[in-house]
Design a protein. Structure first.
Length: 301
């Protein structure tokens, strides 16, 4: 079973290989765990998870990384993300869910000539309006200064709530939504999360994300895997995250399986192609706090 106090940052754990030979399930106690005990245990884990979100300064676990920049996003998100971002015009909108300190948006809005050479995905000329969302407030002085100098609501930072708690009017619609180790990896209600994301996307828009520690679409993961997000169908048979996503109406889903990263990771692009989106519902059956947490979901019949 994974450890909540593991200090390996998500960033450092991707792209290294492992050579352990035991196959781990998500939760050592999965089999035979009595139904009536599950909810108090899950509630305890939710409390631990809240502590991770609320941690400040030296108390932030070193594995809870909140400062990835745009270059990191370019490396971690599916092919096509930078091009799609580059095509946005000044009246278009980009939402970054689980933005942490929102460094990726700050990099996107770096004054021309200020960006370190070799930075990926940078942009000159027109830039879209950008909204950073985080459960906890992690805005920096840098952000405040940049937001003030840009004016006109070009960049916004939303904190204090989860994605599902915002009304459609509060957020509006977006051409691009990203999530790098944000809500998609952390939420306790994955189907509701995806439903909400898709409701905020314009038809033709794209959601770019990744999910570590999953059964890969290409089935090439190695032995010795520590799974973080496990799905099962209504009969309890394993389901892959990509096959579940491909059951959603009105979207085109592309998955890039990364079997050579430390944790088998799926890079996911979902393009909304019509408005009647319908996401097959899943319920949470197990949760273990962490960064990201361990989760097991079951599809509802
Ligand atoms: C590990 S940090 C990642 C930050 C940033 N994307 C990065 O890569 O540096 C996780 C972020 O996801 C946010 N988060 C988790 N679940 C969320 C949800 N359901 N809605 C909004 N934000 C969420 C957390 O508040 C935090 O900002």
């Amino acid at each position: 079973m994974r450890s909540v106090t593991s200090t390996v940052p998500e960033w450092k754990t991707v792209k290294t290989t492992v050579a352990v030979v035991i196959v781990f399930g998500l939760f050592g106690l999965k089999a035979g765990w009595p139904q009536e005990s599950a909810q108090p245990r899950i509630d305890e884990e939710f409390t631990k998870q809240e502590k991770i979100y609320r941690s400040r300064g030296a108390d932030v676990p070193s594995g809870y990384v909140t400062g990835r920049g745009l270059s990191d996003y370019a490396e971690l998100l599916p092919t096509g993300f930078c091009d799609a971002l580059g095509r946005l015009g000044s009246s278009d909108r980009w939402l970054d869910i689980g933005a942490g300190a929102a460094q990726a948006i700050l990099d996107y809005y770096a004054p021309e000539g200020d960006a370190p050479s070799g930075e990926k995905c940078l942009r000159t000329g027109a830039r879209a309006r950008a909204v950073a969302m985080s459960i906890e407030e992690r805005r920096t002085d840098n952000w405040r200064q940049r937001a003030a100098s840009l004016g006109d609501d070009r960049i916004r930072y939303l904190a204090g709530k989860r994605l599902r708690q915002y009304s459609p009017e509060e957020l509006g619609k977006f051409q691009i939504i990203t999530d790098v180790f944000g809500g998609f990896s952390y939420t306790e209600d994955l189907s509701q999360f995806v439903d909400k994301v898709l409701s905020l996307l314009e038809v033709g828009g794209g959601f770019y994300t990744l999910v570590p520690g999953v059964h890969l679409e290409d089935g090439k993961e190695k032995l010795g895997i520590l799974y973080l997000t496990e799905l099962e169908d209504a009969a309890g048979r394993p389901e892959k995250v990509c096959s579940w996503l491909k059951k959603i109406a009105c979207v085109q889903v592309t998955c890039e399986s990364k079997s050579d990263w430390k944790r088998p990771t799926e890079l996911i692009n979902i393009r909304k192609v019509c408005s009647d989106v319908s996401v097959p519902r899943m319920k949470l059956v197990e949760f273990e706090a962490g960064y990201p947490p361990g989760r097991r979901f079951q599809l509802e019949p």
